[in-house]
Design a protein around this ligand. Structure first.
Ligand SMILES: *[C@@H]1O[C@H](CO)[C@@H](O)[C@H](O)[C@H]1NC(C)=O
Ligand SMILES: *[C@@H]1O[C@H](CO)[C@@H](O)[C@H](O)[C@H]1NC(C)=O
Ligand SMILES: *[C@@H]1O[C@H](CO)[C@@H](O)[C@H](O)[C@H]1NC(C)=O
Ligand SMILES: *[C@@H]1O[C@H](CO)[C@@H](O)[C@H](O)[C@H]1NC(C)=O
Ligand SMILES: *[C@@H]1O[C@H](CO)[C@@H](O)[C@H](O)[C@H]1NC(C)=O
Ligand SMILES: *[C@@H]1O[C@H](CO)[C@@H](O)[C@H](O)[C@H]1NC(C)=O
Ligand SMILES: *[C@@H]1O[C@H](CO)[C@@H](O)[C@H](O)[C@H]1NC(C)=O
Ligand SMILES: *[C@@H]1O[C@H](CO)[C@@H](O)[C@H](O)[C@H]1NC(C)=O
Length: 453
């Protein structure tokens, strides 16, 4: 008892003085967004166990799950796994994983989990995956770093990793910065780095319609604009939207009103083509590179979505010869979320996530990635409204210095190779980067022939 009191006495003043730290973590991903829709997303190096093992987990904004793939996991995809037998602090957890399924089977355990050396939770609950279905989509690599904090039924043992960091006074702010922009992509945990974005952060409160609501990261957007700057309809007036970093495209209930109206698409030299048996369409792109005009409007601010090799995928065998798929895709209607903003969107903006804590709901904040091709007029746009609890929940402490990130010797943060490779069975398709290829033993093909005697 005396010990508990002592801890509380220390924690109080420390929190009041805005203690805690933050970290900036480089993430890896694809240079171009491609048609390879089931895998190759973005990865962050997470340290698990004692001594720490670096696991490049898939960053998943559409999930609250923290999960590593076990060393002996059946059919788990990736290159970095967690070997519990090598960790002296690995232990059982009394938490049961209710979402265990035939797609992904595993159980909760406890161990030390951290980003770098300062942001570590000693007994973090995480799921160790023991089996993954071959047909699971999206095909996660190396595990799952859920970047959604599920506060709906928070009890002591179900607290998320990020809530635990905050509750133990380790974080400067309850916030995560996400820069998926392909140049210098990174996560910041505990603060937003002003060097990562431009413009005002446009905060939008997240939606939790009722107590038993168990859907994830929903919020509202104003809609989408096409080429001529006017809103285009997309089938439904109900606009609950989610961001999803393990989905490449922009998902709407119906892409036809856009596709079949030149006012919205603008002139497309070479024409627009529907794909057979898929919710996709493509533009001819072998003579001129067409521009896909789609702008997401959130709280009165226009966020243009980058077109070339982003919303317009690079040429590949998935479209017709000379064609490029457009990532404005139909998703199932009549089911929430109505709109899913995937990587084509996330790579065009900067996103801040103020996760929920006791007295504050969750918020997403949007801004422009620094270094991106945006005009001063775009950057100067002002949000229509400000959330009502801003002063209480959204006054963040600015960082004073940049912490250095270290993932020990295994900084496989780069994960994906810089070189790209052809895909077997898909001649002419876009080449893809590979994970862990640099660790493979290299064959030596140019052995000098022995000198003749
Ligand atoms: C799980 O363990 C924690 C701490 O070890 C304890 O506080 C909690 O009550 C336990 N929960 C259950 C459901 O046993
Ligand atoms: C909560 O909202 C969902 C979605 O609108 C609805 O299906 C469900 O019935 C609601 N539950 C309650 C208890 O109101
Ligand atoms: C939260 O608790 C309620 C009541 O116990 C339950 O019906 C609901 O499914 C829980 N939601 C989640 C997300 O666990
Ligand atoms: C843009 O397209 C829509 C839909 O056809 C049309 O109603 C609107 O007048 C157009 N606006 C401009 C400025 O051309
Ligand atoms: C998109 O959905 C609409 C409405 O359900 C449907 O009419 C259309 O065929 C779909 N588009 C594609 C490309 O499949
Ligand atoms: C992106 O794709 C385009 C078209 O295939 C290609 O020219 C370019 O080199 C790619 N960029 C990178 C960094 O892979
Ligand atoms: C581009 O693709 C179209 C359609 O497949 C084809 O007819 C045309 O010849 C191609 N042009 C070039 C320059 O390859
Ligand atoms: C920058 O964006 C403008 C449209 O806003 C476009 O015309 C131009 O090609 C873009 N430049 C680059 C380098 O992407």
């Amino acid at each position: 008892m005396a010990f508990v009191t002592f801890v509380i006495c220390i924690a109080g003043p420390l929190l009041a003085a805005a203690s805690g730290s933050w970290i900036s973590v480089p993430i890896s991903g694809q240079a171009n967004l491609t048609d390879a829709t089931e895998t190759y997303f973005n990865y962050a190096p997470i340290m698990v166990g004692t001594p720490p093992q670096v696991v490049d987990m898939t960053i998943n904004t559409y999930s609250s799950l923290l999960a590593a793939f076990a060393e002996d996991c059946t059919l788990c995809a990736g290159s970095t796994f967690f070997d519990q037998s090598q960790s002296s602090t690995f232990g059982s957890s009394n938490r049961t994983w209710s979402a265990s399924s035939s797609q992904l089977t595993g159980s909760y355990f406890e161990d030390s989990v951290g980003f770098g050396n300062s942001l570590t939770v000693d007994k973090a609950n995480f799921v160790l995956i023991e089996n993954m279905a071959l047909n699971m989509t999206p095909h996660l690599l190396n595990g799952n770093l859920g970047l959604f904090v599920d506060n709906s039924n928070s009890t002591e043992e179900s607290l998320s990793y990020f809530s635990q960091l905050w509750n133990t006074g380790k974080l400067l702010n309850p916030v995560i910065g996400m820069r998926f922009y392909p140049e210098n992509p990174k996560l910041t945990i505990g603060a937003l780095d002003p060097a990562d974005y431009e413009g005002e952060i446009n905060w939008v409160q997240m939606e939790t319609p009722n107590e038993s609501w168990d859907l994830l990261n929903l919020f509202k957007i104003d809609g989408f604009k096409g080429y001529n700057g006017s809103f285009f309809p997309f089938g439904s007036t109900d606009t609950l939207t989610a961001i999803n970093s393990v989905y490449n495209n922009i998902g709407i209930p119906n892409n036809f009103p856009y596709l079949f109206n030149d006012d919205y698409t603008g002139p497309i030299t070479g024409g627009k083509h529907l794909m057979a048996d898929s919710p996709d369409f493509a533009y001819q792109c072998n003579e001129t590179i067409p521009y896909v005009a789609v702008t997401t409007v959130i709280n009165g601010v226009d966020y243009q979505i980058d077109s070339t090799w982003n919303l317009l995928h690079p040429p590949s065998g998935e479209a017709f010869e000379g064609g490029c798929l457009v990532g404005l895709q139909n998703i199932t209607e009549g089911r929430e979320p109505t709109i899913v903003l995937g990587l084509a969107f996330l790579r065009s903006v900067y996103v801040a996530y103020r996760f929920p804590t006791d007295n504050c709901p969750g918020y997403y904040g949007f801004a422009f990635p620094s270094g991106a091709n945006r005009t001063q007029a775009q950057i100067a746009q002002k949000p229509t409204s400000t959330p009502s609890s801003s002063s209480q929940c959204l006054s963040l402490t600015a960082p004073t210095s940049t912490p250095t990130f270290s993932a020990g010797s295994a900084t496989s943060a780069s994960g994906l190779s810089s070189q790209t490779y052809e895909v077997y069975g898909r001649p002419g398709a876009a080449q893809v980067p590979l994970i862990g290829v640099n660790d493979l033993p290299k064959g030596v093909w140019d052995q000098p022939q022995p000198e003749p005697e």
